[in-house]
Design a binder for this molecule. Structure first.
Ligand SMILES: CC(C)(COP(=O)(O)OP(=O)(O)OC[C@H]1O[C@@H](n2cnc3c(N)ncnc32)[C@H](O)[C@@H]1OP(=O)(O)O)[C@@H](O)C(=O)NCCC(=O)NCCS
Length: 202
């Protein structure tokens, strides 16, 4: 993916030299793990980084969308401060009333494929609007270049900062408090695509 440049940030592909910094941010500071099968060792983070970097090339060769985590760096110092990316989502989104309506998804037992947004910011740089700015850059690219119909984000009910970012982005945010891992769903529709579809239909 070509770097995305925003007012204060550059979102670029990860490089092998980012290992120390990204290990410090994700595993030491944020203690971020995606599944119980993952540990917080530098060895595990190195494998993740190698896989992430290889996937850029393979996605390009296979003409896939630029899925995967990308580095968020400050424009002025080039300091790595976080991660942002688009990820494939397969989730029972029919449980979400707004999704049922906009995607005509009537079945709550089925999984629906969508493109999800992920973002994490070093604790030293949080609450300065960087997650909002990076996510907005990623969503703009997804809507303008990839022509995506919508972007979704899934988070936990306790993740108030994440929920605040989704709301500030203008996502429609719905909660499913009883669900194990899909308690909060943010949905952002591509208005340009919606208008185009409306014109074709009308
Ligand atoms: C979620 C996360 C990416 C936000 O990063 P950030 O750069 O601090 O985000 P921003 O500065 O753009 O916005 C933070 C928002 O959270 C709000 N916030 C911060 N702490 C909060 C809290 N404890 N309770 C409620 N809101 C809070 C801020 O007020 C701000 O909202 P506002 O813009 O409406 O004022 C960051 O907290 C993080 O990396 N968390 C760990 C990883 C994670 O959970 N990622 C999301 C996975 S879906």
């Amino acid at each position: 993916m070509k770097p995305i440049v925003t007012e204060r940030l550059i979102i670029r592909e990860f490089r092998p030299a980012d290992l120390g910094e990204i290990y410090r941010i994700l595993d030491v500071e944020l203690k971020f793990i995606d599944s119980t099968k993952q540990d917080s060792s530098i060895g595990q983070r190195k494998k993740w980084l190698e896989w992430t970097i290889q996937s850029y090339e393979q996605n390009r060769l296979l003409l896939n969308p630029p899925f995967g985590d990308h580095a968020i760096v400050l424009k002025d110092s080039l300091q790595l401060i976080g991660v942002c990316g688009l990820v494939p989502v397969l989730a029972p989104l029919g449980l979400v009333p707004y999704y049922r309506y906009i995607a005509d998804a009537k079945d709550s037992d089925q999984n629906y494929p969508e493109v999800g947004l992920f973002c994490a910011i070093s604790s030293h740089y949080q609450c300065r609007g960087f997650a909002y700015e990076a996510s907005m850059g990623m969503i703009n690219m997804a809507f303008e270049k990839l022509k995506l119909r919508r972007v979704v984000a899934i988070t936990h009910l306790y993740n108030n900062p994440s929920i605040a970012v989704l709301k500030r982005l203008g996502m429609k945010v719905e909660t499913l408090p009883e669900h194990k891992w899909m308690q909060v769903v943010g949905i952002m529709e591509n208005d340009a695509v919606s208008k185009q579809l409306g014109k074709q239909a009308g």
